[in-house]
Design a protein around this ligand. Structure first.
Ligand SMILES: NC(=O)N[C@@H](CC(=O)O)C(=O)O
Ligand SMILES: [Zn+2]
Length: 427
């Protein structure tokens, strides 16, 4: 099978769009050049004026299977991610049953093998049933294919449990990934504690609910030598303590979500569940700290935290709705439109944060668009605007405040192992 992508443009290290033709043979990039004779190819994609990149990597998605297939399945979640240009996604273990034993983990892997259309890497939990008590057997779960270990959805509540988990992780070269939330500091909060929460009369979530647990974990990571990765960093204090820990040589990495980069609590227009996520949209100065954290290297990568829920669950107010918004299908496009077109980030930086760094920090093979690299690719239409339309979502869920937003960069094609898994509307 020979496939030609002609007239495309790739972004160079110097942030220049350079014309390129890619020859894909079977699963890999076979040749890169200026002109190839089309007669050699079984299929030709004309990527005129479009951006051709390595496939994006998302280290934080919720696919909800087994246990919550009414929200999303591995199949629909993997299709949604492919539509967003993601060729590798890492799925959180807040499932039912939680994949905390070999048998339960293998059960999830089997659904992945059967239904996923891109590379889905499954996380295992840190503790049994996501309760901060009994540790899982990391070595066994890692052998079964666990990507890394996390209780995402919940923080690890006791320092002792986190310490022991990190100790085992350090001994075995595993990564501990943390949703940080000290439940004793939650006070039933539903949105960031600030002016907006007071206006709406809703209980707030302090930044320290997140940052104080990060501070604890950073010291435990220093003590144990474990690689510690922080999920969805949202506050300026979190960025500050992570920056300090990096300066001190702690092996810490972290991610930020597009919604925290684009929005602050003051942007919330109504008391509706589509605006509710954990961690919450914080203050303008937090948003600025996140942008600066990416730019100065404190924050390593961008991850969506794609968190699908049913319409009935999310079509409620802040008090009753569950936390979480979907993000797979327009993450690159949000960042591209808001930050690249406005000159705040370069395209080269965004590809680094969404494709290269997430792979690099977790020790995955990095696709650098070289000959011999896997043909995991995305083609984005950076020329024409389109509107985020929930009716076109491949995700089962529609819960997001970004519906109706005009964006650039719609995904025209996504290729996984040289195979087209998403083809957008042709222009
Ligand atoms: N982010 C969310 O608001 N919700 C996530 C859990 C999580 O990622 O913390 C979910 O599972 O729905
Ligand atoms: Zn989380």
């Amino acid at each position: 099978m020979d496939l030609l992508i002609k007239n495309g443009q790739v972004i160079s290290h110097e942030n220049q769009l350079i014309p390129v033709q890619l020859w894909i043979r079977n699963k890999t990039i076979y040749a890169i050049g200026k002109v190839f004779d089309e007669q050699y190819f079984d299929q030709v994609i004309d990527a005129k004026n479009q951006l051709v990149t390595q496939g994006l990597v998302d280290v934080h998605v919720h696919l909800r299977e087994p246990g919550f297939a009414y929200k999303e399945t591995i199949q629909t979640g993997s299709q949604a991610a492919s539509r967003g240009g993601f060729t590798t996604i890492c799925a959180m273990p807040n499932l039912n049953p939680v994949p905390d034993t070999l048998e339960r983990f293998v059960q999830v892997q089997e659904i992945i093998n059967q239904d996923a259309i891109n590379h889905v890497l499954q996380y295992a939990p840190i503790t049994k049933n996501l309760r901060s008590e009994e540790l899982v057997d990391q070595v066994t779960l890692k052998k079964a294919g666990a990507f890394a270990f996390t209780n995402d959805g919940n923080g690890v509540q006791t320092a002792k449990t986190m310490y022991l988990a990190m100790k085992e992780a350090a001994e075995n070269n595993h990564t501990i990934v943390a949703h940080t939330e000290d439940e004793s500091l939650l006070f039933n909060g539903v949105m960031h504690e600030g002016q907006k929460a007071r206006e709406l009369g809703l209980p707030g979530i302090m930044s320290a609910t997140e940052s104080s647990q990060i501070a604890r974990d950073l010291l435990l990571a220093e003590q144990t030598g474990a690689h510690y990765h922080v999920c969805h960093v949202s506050s300026k204090e979190s960025v500050r303590v992570i920056r300090q820990a990096k300066d001190a040589g702690v092996h810490v990495t972290c991610e930020v979500c597009p919604h925290h980069l684009l929005l602050a609590d003051e942007d919330i227009t109504q008391n509706h569940g589509y605006w509710k996520m954990n961690p919450p949209l914080r203050a303008k100065e937090d948003q600025e700290a996140l942008i600066n954290g990416l730019l100065d290297g404190t924050i390593d990568c961008i991850a969506t935290d794609h968190a699908p829920h049913s319409f009935v669950e999310k079509n409620q107010d802040f008090l009753d709705s569950p936390f979480g918004i979907v993000g797979s299908e327009y993450a690159f496009q949000l960042i591209y439109t808001t930050f690249v077109k406005e000159g705040i980030f370069t395209l080269e930086q965004v590809i680094n944060w969404m494709a290269i760094k997430p792979a690099e920090i977790f020790g995955l093979t990095v696709n650098r668009l070289n000959i011999g690299d896997k043909a995991d690719l995305a083609i984005f239409d950076i020329e024409h605007p389109y509107t985020v339309d929930e009716k076109r979502f491949l995700s089962q869920a529609k819960n997001t405040p970004f519906i109706g937003k005009e964006l650039f960069g719609d995904t025209l094609y996504t290729l996984v192992d040289g195979k087209i898994v998403w083809q957008g509307e042709t222009l």
